[in-house]
Design a protein around this ligand. Structure first.
Ligand code: ZN
Ligand code: ZN
Length: 354
């Protein structure tokens, strides 16, 4: 297998003189050459071109005929050589041309209008249409940088994405877990895309089978899972701030009705004079009062309320604090079933008074 993409990992800054590119890519230089463009930036030195080279980068000095590269290591066997035009300029990968061709080769949908700016070490390549996931190409210099880039992309645009890198060299366990947390897939160009002489790109294997397992996972998790995660996080935050939590996932209908039936069986008053179960249920579960608050409203001790909460737990099969999450569902059932009909008018007194 060609080591061409591995050279990109070793040369992630992607900036150098043509002679530097030649030195890094060796025989593969011919395949990379047409993807380079001059930056207009000049340098002070040039690699030695003798084989084997001397010990220095030759210094570029102005001469009447143009710049020449002069050996400064005192090797004595290197002649100064002229460095003409483009060879004196820093060259870099023409990333926008490259990603357009890559988008085409991978069968992605190009960005309509200017591509979304990525800002970091990666370029937007195109959109993988089956799940509308953006595909980025990143040239990074190490493991830590790869993790940062994954995090940056995740924060920039929530939702699954594909991150292409030259190879998997920097895929540490941390990078894999960052990808997993982002619902993203990391793919290496090596073994997937071949860079041909003359600047062509060719797929070495079909893309779809590589994406299929990830796509299925994303579909199974689905947007619903993402939303549920967000709701859970919000509910947890609300609990932290002592507010009444709301539950994003309603109880299944039969469970809700069964619970409702159990609540109906709670004594609304009757034999118990202080803090009847139904009243405690309403204040604690539906209104979300703390035990002290319930005790105050019932005009009894907190100890009695704790005792009542224990009774509720036994009767309903769930801790009353847990049931708070279903308060709105309960109220809705109560409304639709039309239960407590006829008692509605006295509900206030039933709830708040003896
Ligand atoms: Zn030399
Ligand atoms: Zn030298």
């Amino acid at each position: 297998m060609s080591t061409l993409w591995a050279q990109f990992d070793a040369f992630a800054t992607g900036r150098g003189l043509l002679a530097d590119w030649e030195a890094v890519f060796g025989d593969d230089f011919e395949r990379v050459k047409c993807w380079l463009k001059p930056t207009g930036e000049r340098v002070e030195s040039h690699p030695c071109v003798r084989k084997p080279p001397c010990g220095c980068r030759h210094e570029l000095r102005a001469a009447r005929a143009g710049p020449v590269a002069v050996c400064v290591c005192g090797d004595g066997r290197c002649d100064a050589f002229p460095v003409e035009g483009a060879r004196a300029l820093i060259h870099e990968l023409d990333r926008s041309r490259f990603r357009r061709r890559l988008c085409d080769t991978l069968g992605l949908a190009p960005a309509g209008g200017p591509p979304p700016a990525s800002g970091g070490r990666s370029d937007f390549v195109g959109t993988y249409l089956p799940i509308q996931a953006p595909v980025y190409l990143a040239f990074v210099e190490g493991e830590a940088e790869l993790v940062c880039e994954i995090e940056r992309l995740r924060l920039q645009r929530p939702g699954p994405f594909v991150l292409l890198t030259p190879t998997r060299r920097f895929y540490s366990a941390e990078a894999e877990s960052a990808l997993g947390a982002a619902g993203a897939l990391g793919l290496a160009l090596t073994g997937l895309v071949e860079l041909e002489r003359g600047g062509g790109l060719r797929l070495s294997q079909p893309l779809e089978p590589l994406l299929a397992p990830w796509r299925a996972r994303v579909a199974a998790e689905g947007v619903g899972a993402v939303l549920r995660r967000i709701h859970h996080e919000l509910a947890a935050t609300r609990r932290e701030f002592g507010q009444r939590p709301s539950c994003p996932e309603p109880l299944p209908e039969p469970d809700a009705l069964r619970l409702f039936a159990l609540v109906r069986e709670l004594e609304p008053g009757g034999a118990v004079r202080k803090a009847p179960l139904l009243q405690v249920f309403r204040l604690y579960c539906l209104e979300g009062l703390a035990a002290e608050g319930v005790a105050r409203r019932c005009g009894c001790s907190k100890a009695l309320i704790i005792q009542r909460l224990g009774q509720l737990r036994r009767k309903l099969g769930r801790h009353p604090a847990e049931l708070r999450a279903f308060a709105s569902q309960f109220e809705a059932i109560e409304k639709s079933v039309g239960e407590f009909r006829g008692r509605r008018l006295s509900r206030q007194s039933m709830l708040y008074g003896d």
